[in-house]
Ligand binder design. Structure first.
Ligand code: AMP
Ligand code: ZN
Length: 472
């Protein structure tokens, strides 16, 4: 099975070849934990969960390492902790805020059918690696110390800007932000900065006397390096992170480790908007995952996690997605229609056509349309039903609990399909003999067990053909 992925670095779809098929390595930028995650944040979490599942299917469950970090050092975290816990010491308040928020995030995304990553590093537990990286970059001339900061010298890296496809000249010309006086070049970025009173602080690198804290970009470089090595296979995140975050991660990691690349494939999901508008607090259309699942604020409904996941995967990950009530209503109807799988056994493996669709740069809309096709035959065939169920579970789209919840009072209804087929054959026979009493009697007998029949005339042979469905 050949996997192809679109690589932002080369701007094309490429065959994926892992550096080591016995350990396929992927890093995805995780949340900054200071508030409920919103539905836009759920997109990369779901998309890269599908990729994680696919890699496990293709290379084996024990041959994939997926790292998704938790960013727990950040200005927004400091401000929020001070606001929420004014009476606690800053470090205690920050730890409480980040622990609570991370726990909420885990709860939310578990409902969305997201598997835990292999490793979930926290930035504050990797300060040593960040300090080492700063020291290495200063020592080899890619970074410098100014006003108790460590800054990356962008002019020291000739191909800075390759990922986002911009030249340094263009970036400098477009730099509108007021440039700090201690920077040598306007695009130079912070690796380490001094801490203000009340902010978390650690002993600084590069001989800086005052305590400080890391910049955001170096956190990911340090955590990726520690858990995946200097060069790994896939790095992912939302498209907004390509510049400057990922560009800067690449600069730091390559220059610290002396490598040509940091990750082979860079993948970015498109943005999510709500009912045609950018999601923002000021527009009043800002939705958290938790609100969708637990309150009735979006479309006056609570939505099941699998419904949310289904709705998310209906659009290809690189396209923008418009988050609408209508999309959720449709996803729920589709899942509802799959309730007949409730009692079905689960096959060993998902359907190969779905694996093939996902192997084409995670084509989830195509996978979903294949699933719709499978559902048609699964109604009448136990074997197809078990493969469909395995496929849905593989994609994280189905669990029995959600299904029963979607259908309060739902009775699992099964029929003996051999018996149904025999009765249908007997009915067609009766019709041929023009024994309409008998054919009607058989139709009624089937209706009594919930089976409805549909007769169609075959255009080529002129024969009547009968298909059947089991009523919900
Ligand atoms: P943040 O907490 O803002 O760093 O975002 C965490 C992840 O969510 C990053 O991968 C972002 O690119 C992604 N993200 C944030 N907002 C959206 C959005 N509206 N649509 C899609 N992805 C988003
Ligand atoms: Zn990152």
């Amino acid at each position: 099975m050949s996997l192809r992925l679109y690589n932002t670095l080369t701007r094309q779809k490429e065959p994926f070849e892992p550096l080591d098929p016995a350990n396929v390595r992927m890093y995805v930028c995780g949340p900054t934990v200071y508030d409920f995650a919103h539905i836009g944040n759920a997109r990369p979490v779901i998309v890269f969960d599908v990729l994680f599942r696919l890699l496990r299917e293709l290379y084996g469950k024990d041959h994939v390492t997926y790292v998704r970090n938790i960013t727990d050092v950040d200005d927004k975290i400091n401000a929020r902790a001070a606001e929420r816990f004014p009476d606690l010491a800053p470090e205690v308040g920050i730890r409480k805020l980040t622990d609570d928020t991370a726990a909420q995030f885990h709860k939310d995304i578990a409902s969305l059918g997201v598997l835990p990553p292999t490793v979930e590093p926290r930035a504050t537990e990797h300060i040593v690696e960040m300090v080492q990286m700063c020291n290495a970059l200063v020592a080899n001339g890619h970074a410098y110390v100014a006003a108790d900061h460590v800054l990356f010298d962008v002019s020291s890296m000739p191909d800075y800007g390759r990922l986002s496809n911009r030249s340094l000249d263009e970036m400098e010309a477009g730099a509108r932000v007021e440039v700090a006086p201690y920077k040598k070049g306007p695009m130079d970025f912070v690796l380490w900065k001094p801490s203000k009173p009340g902010e978390p602080a650690w002993p600084s690198p590069a001989g800086i006397a005052v305590p400080g804290r890391p910049g955001w970009h170096i956190e990911c470089s340090a955590m990726a390096g520690r858990h995946l090595g200097n060069v790994f296979d896939i790095h992912g995140g939302g498209i907004d992170l390509a510049f400057p975050h990922h560009e800067n991660e690449i600069a730091q990691s390559r220059c610290a480790h002396g490598t040509d690349i940091m990750a082979r494939v860079w993948m970015h999901n498109g943005f999510l908007q709500v009912e045609g508008e950018k999601m923002s607090k000021s527009l009043g259309n800002f939705i958290t995952i938790n609100e969708l699942l637990e309150t009735k604020t979006f479309g006056a409904n609570q939505w099941h996690g699998r419904v949310v996941r289904w709705a998310m995967l209906g659009t290809h990950y690189r396209q923008p997605i418009d988050w609408t009530v209508d999309r959720l209503v449709q996803a729920r109807a589709t899942l509802f229609d799959l309730s007949f799988l409730h009692g079905a056994p689960v096959a060993d493996a998902p359907h190969p056509e779905v694996i093939a669709a996902l192997s084409d740069d995670l084509n989830t809309p195509s996978a979903i349309s294949i699933i719709h096709g499978l559902a048609k035959s699964a109604h009448r065939n136990a074997m197809s039903a078990s493969i469909l169920k395995a496929t849905l579970q593989f994609m994280g789209l189905y669990d029995n609990e959600t299904q029963s919840d979607l259908n309060p009072g739902y009775q699992v209804r099964t029929v003996d399909s051999v018996k149904v087929d025999t009765l249908i054959a007997a009915r067609l026979d009766a019709r041929k003999r023009k024994d309409f009493n008998e054919s009607d009697r058989i139709r009624d007998e089937l209706a009594a067990i919930g089976v409805t029949l549909k007769d169609t005339k075959n255009k080529d042979t002129g024969e009547i053909e009968t298909t059947w469905e089991l009523a919900r």
